[in-house]
Write a protein that binds this ligand. Sequence first.
Ligand code: AKG
Length: 278
Amino acid sequence: MRVRLLASALGAEIQGIDLSQPLPASTVEELQSAWSQHLVLLFRGQRLSPEQLIRFSACFGPLERHDNYLGELRYAEYPELLRVKTTVVAGRRVTFGQQWHSDLSYTLRPALGSVLHCLAIPDVGGDTLFANMIAAYDALSPTMQRIVEDLECVHDYSFGKAHRDGSPEHLAAARQRNPPVIQKVVRAHPGTGRKAIFVNEWASSRIVGMTNEEGRGLIDFLCRHSTREEFTFRQTWRVGDVLMWDNRATVHMALADYPDDAIREMMRTSISGEPFGR
Ligand code: AKG
């Protein structure tokens, strides 16, 4: 197995592994360790069936069943799989994940990580950005680190742009399925003990115990700060890519910069995480 860095902040390509085959425990251990270190791992040139993607993902923990998602985003036979594709919400085109976010941060069990397999990608555009929230935490001043250390933040699924811009009925249904939850603003990565900012543009709506003006000021600063260019890696997709990200210490965003009629489709699994909110 060879490891090639993809950016200075995070991301590594792993070469020499065929993910369609069952992996020996020693390889899974090596991947775990590379994943903790680089947070995003990319495998090129894979052609996985749904079963193979599920088997590979399950090497890293139990998988989510995506009950929150409906209709065309689901595979009837595979509850562990999500179809990540462009949809229309209330008459508007929505690229799945087009705001910075961390998967399932709006639940009490945010995902440990997710694995995306590229099936179709537009000729132009459709990249995904990732940001390293550990590097972003480390770059805060000691005074700001002390300020955010014990803060808690409300994460609200319906806060996301796709829902806010939808119809009132759509917003009400999203809110009913996902009541807001409270998460710590700083969390330690269980693999390395390093602290990460856990706030994102999609779901972080307010800081517990602060006025809206104070809290929004802080959330907006943390979101802007943590997605500064030097903390990011940009994935330009090829069909057959498999990419896994650590959701506890990164945020990501799909870019909606491709033509309206282009097809962009991925198959995703998410690995269940431990509760760490309140
Ligand atoms: C997600 O699966 O959470 C996404 O944000 C999708 C990312 C992508 O399609 O590039």
